[in-house]
Design a binder for this molecule. Structure first.
Ligand code: SF4
Ligand code: SF4
Ligand code: FES
Length: 255
């Protein structure tokens, strides 16, 4: 049987890569550049050699620095803390700096997160996301005057909202939510997580105001409990559970 030239080249590529400990990774990246090509997006493919323990972010850097300098992406810390490099990888929202090459090689698709306007390539306009965040008053509210010393809190009181303190505002949850995609008015799960973090803080006095905001038509009752947000959260926050807890507070009218 005749051997296909493509197979031979692929095998020899694999041998070379194996000798250096590297693997071949083909990234299929959705591109968008209104200055260059108008409103149409398109796909570009880049094949690189990468260490299996590199992160997808390293691979994207490799593409940008050595293959196509026009590729636009956002990132800062590169260690899962700043939340700025959320992208859709093989259809799932992930932080590019927390995805290992070995888990996606030999081929992966990378797209911008959904539901926010794309500015260029993998960069989206986060303003609508932060608008929802600001709307729930995501800061400590207490007008009881300055205390003489710190506001004390028991370990149990602190534990009550521990999970939602882990949020890094990456938008993976909100941009995986079908209700957010379809309804620009919905504040989205990340904003509710932020509200939860203060509503259940024993030192805070702004819960009633926040719950009134979230009882509105753009608030928690838009949620259809599909759990996409919980599955998408790179910090392992029980997002849907937090939303349910806020719904319950509104229904019980405890504040
Ligand atoms: S559980 Fe609610 S907020 Fe989360 S993805 Fe589903 S509809 Fe959206
Ligand atoms: S709840 Fe999780 S997924 Fe949503 S913004 Fe916060 S860290 Fe990101
Ligand atoms: S670059 Fe900061 S979380 Fe990935």
């Amino acid at each position: 049987m005749a051997t296909d030239v493509g197979d031979v080249l692929e095998t020899s590529d694999r041998r070379r890569a194996g000798a250096s400990g590297k693997v071949t990774l083909t990234l299929r990246i959705r591109r968008y550049n209104p200055e260059l090509r108008g409103e149409e997006s398109w796909w570009d493919e880049f094949t690189i050699q990468a260490d299996p323990n590199d992160r997808l972010l390293d691979a994207l850097h490799e593409v940008k620095w050595h293959h196509d300098g026009t590729l636009a992406l956002r990132r800062s810390c590169a260690h899962g803390i700043c939340g700025s490099d959320a992208v859709m990888v093989n259809g799932r929202n992930r932080l590019a700096c927390k995805v290992l090459v070995r888990d996606i090689a030999p081929k992966a698709t990378v797209e911008p997160i959904r539901g926010l306007p794309v500015l260029k390539d993998l960069i989206v306009d986060m303003e609508p996301f932060f608008e929802g965040y600001r709307s729930v008053l995501p800061y400590l509210i207490n007008d009881e005057g300055e205390p003489d010393r710190e506001r004390l809190q028991s370990p149990e009181e602190r534990q009550r909202y521990d999970d939602t303190t882990k949020c890094i505002l990456c938008a993976c949850c909100t941009t995986s939510c079908p209700i957010f995609w379809g309804d620009e008015g919905y504040v989205g799960p990340a904003a509710i997580v932020q509200a939860h973090r203060f509503i259940f803080d024993s030192r805070d006095r702004g819960a009633r105001e926040r719950l009134q905001i979230l009882a509105d038509k753009t608030g928690v009752f838009r949620c259809r409990t599909t759990f996409n947000c919980t599955d998408a959260c790179p910090r392992g926050i029980e997002v849907t559970k937090a939303i349910q807890e806020v719904k319950r507070e509104i229904l019980l009218d405890r504040f």
